[in-house]
Design a protein around this ligand. Structure first.
Ligand code: ACO
Length: 349
């Protein structure tokens, strides 16, 4: 059975840099608070009308294809991971297929938020190992700036997120010493609502029973997205930050150890850990727990904030550019986020 390796990688971030100080114009926050709690100094916001989740993903995809040395027409499957798609439906995968004039190949959209990249990598790995596909384009992109509450009410969420995209090309290799060694995926839906964007959604008939009690059948269509939801700011992400933090610092090390144990490695064997860039404090906690030195962990959250599905491949792409990943390095990628879902991937570069 072949193994799967990352044959090409690339990223795209919008030009527009938004500093913590810039956010202070709209909400009661401070550069000190944001840096101290999250490590974030600035983030990028996509051009309001000129850029979307799909267009940023397409730019990253072009770079990954060039890096892999293949044409868009060589791709035989697309996977797109995002929580901020251009449309509620269809997903962004088909927009990549259209823009890059690809063949009529399959396009799969993955909705696993911060774990999106690792989940998608796992799916791609199965398709490649089974021999079904030879060139998979995996695109991760987020345009968070379009769905955040920039008033003080939403400050615990809005200061964290940024826009950006990254993509990888996955191919089979007969080199037994190289490629994806394993992926481990987990979920616990018990706390699904504590890190969630409720609307628009079909839950409304029970979640907002009071509000919709007076609706007659002819008005039922408004329950998906109503004026009241917008007036009450129920169209923004909701997060119990401390609860997420507490769970994340347990599950990150757990899923990393699961990957290491499965492959017979120990933390000191890791050449580079790329944690999902949720919060620098979480990454530092995980680093300390595993006893890793600074040169063994890659973070870029200070520049981009949390770009959710894009955060790990964006960090990996920058690490590769900076020469931080060398051939034969043992690379560990791990994520935790909404769902909750969490996951790890161990890769021999
Ligand atoms: N600026 C200033 N003050 C703020 C801000 C802000 N941006 N946001 C919240 N505060 C205030 C709160 O109102 C609160 O004030 P109070 O004490 O007067 O009530 C105080 O700061 C402390 O609030 P906490 O929420 O307890 O702050 P905490 O130290 O937990 O930091 C944070 C908040 C940064 C969100 C943290 O909890 C965190 O990073 N959690 C994990 C987030 C995460 O990993 N998410 C997963 C990825 S996202 C995804 O999957 C889609």
């Amino acid at each position: 059975m072949p193994k799967t390796f990352i044959a090409g990688i690339g990223h795209y971030v919008p030009e527009n840099i938004v500093t913590n100080k810039d956010l202070m114009k709209y909400m009661d926050t401070s550069d000190d608070w944001i840096q101290e709690r999250t490590g974030i100094k600035e983030r990028r916001y996509a051009h309001r009308t000129g850029e979307s989740t799909a267009t940023m993903g397409i730019e990253a995809a072009k770079k990954a294809l060039a890096n892999a040395g293949i044409a868009a027409t060589d791709v035989d499957f697309i996977i797109f991971a995002t929580l901020s798609p251009d449309y509620y439906f269809p997903g962004c995968g088909v927009l990549v297929q259209r823009a890059l004039k690809m063949k009529e190949i399959g396009a799969l959209d993955i909705r696993n938020q911060c774990s999106g990249f690792v989940y998608a990598l796992s799916v791609a790995d199965q398709f490649i190992k089974s021999g079904m596909y030879k060139n998979i384009l995996l695109v991760c992109s987020e345009k968070h700036s379009f769905g955040l509450d920039f008033s003080t009410r939403g400050r615990n969420v809005s200061v964290i997120f940024g826009d950006g995209a990254a993509a990888v090309v996955l191919q089979p290799t007969e080199d037994k010493e190289r490629g994806i060694l394993s992926t481990h995926l987990h979920s616990d839906g018990e706390s699904a609502e504590i890190l969630a964007m409720y609307n628009p959604g079909t839950h409304a008939n029970y979640w907002m029973e009071q509000e919709f009690a007076h609706f007659d059948d002819a008005e039922i269509g408004q329950m998906f997205m109503s004026h009241a939801m917008i007036e009450n700011a129920q169209n923004f992400p909701n997060m119990d930050g401390p609860a997420v933090f507490k769970k994340a610092v347990v599950k990150f090390p757990e899923v990393i150890m699961e990957a290491l144990n499965y492959n017979g490695y120990k933390p000191s064997d890791i050449d580079l850990l790329i944690p999902h860039q949720a919060n620098l404090r979480i990454a530092q906690f995980v680093q300390q727990k595993l006893g890793l030195s600074n040169d063994k962990v890659f973070n870029n959250i200070e520049k981009y904030g949390n770009t959710t599905a894009a955060s790990i491949p964006l960090a990996l792409s920058e690490a590769v550019e900076q020469g931080r990943v060398k051939k034969d390095d043992l690379l560990c990628m791990a994520a935790f986020g909404s769902g909750f879902t969490w996951a790890s991937a161990l890769v021999k570069w």
